[in-house]
Design a protein around this ligand. Structure first.
Ligand code: SAH
Length: 279
């Protein structure tokens, strides 16, 4: 069963808690930072389960109330991620600790704990919870990285989850409006000292802060940029989606100063990795 494609039927003109209106432009089923489930591996996203979440969320998260309900919904989200094969307790606990509804527009807060990517404006998305969990688990598998670079911070959610586990998180975003949004979100959650956020082209990496024990790329290019491979420490791990219409997560291990080992993982669908910056 193919994972159902969400058509993102959201109206323009909603406001977030910072009073901006951002949603609804340029988002398609093709750019959504989700896994494409292999046959027979569909997630447990039955209509009844989804509607239960929505019913529970309505009237609580949408009003900005961060009460017990958001915790229960988050626990359900984490449980679903676990059922889909992510068992690293560090990752599951980190996802439990970060309020995902803070990172989406207030008009979408009631959907924040679904197993879906959601629009964050500028044609970009917050990654599906499973994707976030998968990428972080993959780079933390053998040993916990000390210094991690995330390329494509978007609204800052994945960086916030990483910061629960990893001592030094660097994140870079190329769209100014999203960089500002991530900075606001991280500041609200008092994570701005734990995540060093930059505005710039992440395809170039962050040479001044390299080498990184792990690099997580949240947007898909045709190839993984050489600058990122070069900024990976020997023994370090990089995970990135690769491809255009058909994409896969690729896990790279740097085995020596001149060699990298490559492993292909699940089929996914991510927003494109683009060079340069957008003001
Ligand atoms: N990490 C986010 C996912 C954001 S979507 C999360 O937590 O959900 C991917 C992001 O990558 C988009 O915001 C897009 O603008 C950004 N991006 C694409 N190419 C980039 C580049 N070269 N440098 C930095 N960011 C880039």
């Amino acid at each position: 069963m193919r994972k159902p494609v969400n058509s993102f039927p959201f109206a323009t003109g909603t406001t977030n808690r910072f009073g901006r209106s951002r949603i609804g432009h340029g988002l398609t089923a093709r750019n959504s930072n989700t896994r494409i489930s292999p046959p027979g591996m569909g997630p447990r996203s039955s209509a009844s389960f989804e509607s239960k979440i929505l019913t529970e969320a309505t009237g609580t998260l949408g009003q900005g109330n961060l009460g017990l309900n958001s915790e229960r919904l988050r626990a359900q989200m984490v449980e679903r991620v676990r059922e889909q094969g992510i068992t690293d307790p560090r990752v599951l606990n980190a996802m439990m600790a970060v309020p995902r509804h803070y990172f989406v527009d207030q008009g979408l807060a009631s959907r924040a704990y679904e197993d879906a990517a959601l629009p964050i404006g500028f044609g970009q998305t917050i990654s599906q919870p499973w994707v976030v969990a998968r990428m972080i688990s993959a780079v933390c598998e053998e040993s916990l990285p000390k210094r991690v670079l995330e390329v494509g911070a978007g609204c800052g959610y994945q960086a916030a989850v990483l910061a629960q586990i990893v001592p030094e998180v660097y994140a870079i975003e190329r769209i100014r409006g999203l960089y500002d949004l991530a900075r606001d979100h991280l500041r609200t959650l008092k994570l701005n000292t734990r995540v060093r956020l930059s505005f710039g082209d992440g395809m170039l990496g962050l040479p001044k802060s390299a080498p990184f024990d792990a690099i997580v790329v949240a947007a898909a290019g045709l190839h993984i940029p050489q600058a990122l491979l070069d900024q990976l420490a020997v023994g370090g791990r990089l995970i990135a989606p690769e491809g255009t219409s058909a994409q896969r997560l690729v896990l790279i291990r740097r085995t020596s100063p001149t060699s990298w080992h490559r492993q292909e993982l699940e089929s996914v669908r991510f927003v494109p990795l683009r060079s340069g910056t957008q003001l």
